[in-house]
Ligand binder design. Sequence first.
Ligand SMILES: Cc1ncc(COP(=O)(O)O)c(C=O)c1O
Length: 477
Amino acid sequence: MNESSLGQELREEMENLIGPLARSLSNVILATDDRIALPPGSESALAEFSEALPEHGCGATATIERLLELNEAAGGNTGGPRCFHFVIGGSTPAAMAADLLATAYEAVTYTWLLSPVGVRMELQALDWLKEMFGLPRSWPGVMVTGATMANFVCLAAARQWWSEQLGFDVSATGLSGRPQMPVLTSGFVHASTLKVMAIQGIGRANVQQFSRDDFGRLDLVALEQALIDLKGQPALVIVNAGEVNAGEFDPVKEMIGLARQHNCWVHVDGAFGLFARLSPRTAHLVEGVEDADSVTVDGHKWLNVPYDSGYAFVRDYDLLARAFRYSADYLPDEHSDRPTPGAIGPESSRRARSFAVWATIKAYGRTGHRRIVEHCLDLAQHFSQQVKNAAQLELMNDVQLNIVAFRYNPGGLKEEQLNELNERLGEAVLADGRFLVGTSRIGSRIVFRPAFSNWRTRFSDVEEFAEVVLAIAKGLS
Ligand SMILES: Cc1ncc(COP(=O)(O)O)c(C=O)c1O
C-alpha cells in the first residue's frame, strides 16, 4: 500500500466491499435458523489457522471471505434457535439492525458531545427498562458489557457506601488497613459476583453463603442470625433473582425486608431473572425488587439484543459518581449539563449499545418483550413435559422460569455412575453439534441445564432436543 494513496485506496475498497457485504449479512442473518449450533470438527477446521504476521495483507475482500468460511466451519450459532447453553438470548430484528448501524456510524457514547443521540437513547432506554422492571424512575443507570460488569458497578457502589458508613472514602484511600466488608447471600450467588469481589479487593473468599439444601436455597434464619451478630456494622446483602442451574429465586421480598432491619446495602442480581417481572405469570418472583439499592440486568440474555449489553441500576447518582469519578481538565465531569455516562461507570470508551436497546423497545414495546418472555416460559414448560414423558429422563425440580434442570437416568445406576454417564453424554451432545447446551452440578449430581431465552426457539426445537439426548444416550450406555 503506497502511503500517499492510502486514503483513496481504502475508500475504493470500502465501496467495492459494501455490496458483497450487504449480501453476506443477508445470507448470514437469514440462515440463523438453519445453521448448525456447533459445527463438529471445529478444531481441525482451525488447525491451519495460525500464520505468520502478514507483511502486506490480502485485502478486505479476501479477508472477509476467509472470515465467513472460518465462521461456518468453527463458529457457534449462539444466536440460533438451538443454543441452550449458559443463558444466551437471540437478537430481535430491530436490535440487530440498530446494532449494525451503531458500528456503521462508529458511534461513541462516552459523553453527550460525541453522540448526543446515542447518549439520549441510553438514558431513554434505561428509563423504559426501569418502568418495565418496576424500578424507581429516579435511579440512575449505566450500560455496560453484561451482568458481570453490572455487578461490578453495583458492588463498587456498595463498597463506596460501606466505606462512607465507616467514615472513609475507599475510592480515595483504598482498602489497606481497613476491615473486610461483610457480604452475605444464599448459595445461589453467581460466579461473576465472586470475580468482582476478587477484583475490588473485597476478596472472593469473603462471601458468606447461607443455604439450606443442595440447590443453594436461602437459609433465612441463619442469614438473620448473621445480620444480628453484625450489631449494626454496615454490610452487603446480595439477593439472587434467578440462579443459573435451575432458574430458582431467593425470596426477594423477605430477604430485602430482613436486610432493611439492619445496616445493609442490598444488591439484586437479576441478570435474567428480572425479566420475570414482564409477565403476570412470574412477576411475583421479583416482587419488592424496587426496595433494593442496586440491581443488575442483562440485555444479551432475555432482552434479545446482540452481545454485549448489560445494565446497572443504582439508587444514588452521587454515590455512583464518587465511585467512578473520571476527571481531567479536558474531560466533562459527572455534573456537566451534557450527560457523560463514562463518568458514572467503569468504561470511558463506550460503543453505542444504546442503539439496539432503544430500538428493540421502540419497535416491540413492553408487550412485545412480554411475549418473548412468555414464549420462553412456555418453551421451558413444554420441554419439562418432554422430560416427564420420557422414562429415562429425570426432572430435577419444578420449573419456575426458563431453565430446566434434568439428567439422563436409565435406572439401576449408582450416583457416581450416573454422574459419569451424564458427563460423557454432555460431551457427546456437544460433539454432535445439533444443540449447544451445557451441564452443571446441583449438589453432587451432574445435570443438564438448558436455558430458553431466544425468540427464535420453536416448540419443535425443544422436542427434538429431548429426542437427540435420548438417542445419543442410547448409543453411550
Ligand atoms: C445471575 C447471573 N449473574 C451474572 C451473570 C454474568 O453475566 P455476563 O456473562 O453477561 O457478564 C450471569 C450469566 O449467566 C448470571 O446468570
